[in-house]
Design a protein around this ligand. Structure first.
Ligand SMILES: [Zn+2]
Ligand SMILES: [Zn+2]
Length: 90
């Protein structure tokens, strides 16, 4: 499986756009939303890495496998709880 990473500039721009808040608005998400949106907030330094599997991640809104691209428009800031929920639920 091929994974295409977002350019750092795209992730930074998206994180600023999201104001550090998880962008998940999936109603069926199991990660405990309030008023339909996830309330988890982060600083940029909280970004998850393979060494540090907690915090937030840049997620492809439309998966790369079905044609999603690594652009600002297709980038979503997700906390790991939401990311796991999305991955399990779809
Ligand atoms: Zn979240
Ligand atoms: Zn969520």
């Amino acid at each position: 499986m091929q994974s295409v990473e977002f350019p750092e500039a795209v992730v930074k721009a998206r994180f600023t756009f999201a104001r550090g808040q998880c962008e998940c608005t999936t109603l069926t998400c199991g990660a405990g939303h309030r008023f339909g949106r996830c309330v988890q907030r982060f600083t940029y330094a909280d970004r998850a890495t393979s060494d540090k599997p907690k915090g937030w991640q840049a997620d492809h809104h439309i998966p790369v496998l079905i044609g999603g691209t690594s652009t600002f428009e297709n980038c979503r800031i997700l906390c790991l709880d939401c990311h796991v929920s999305k991955t399990l639920g779809s």
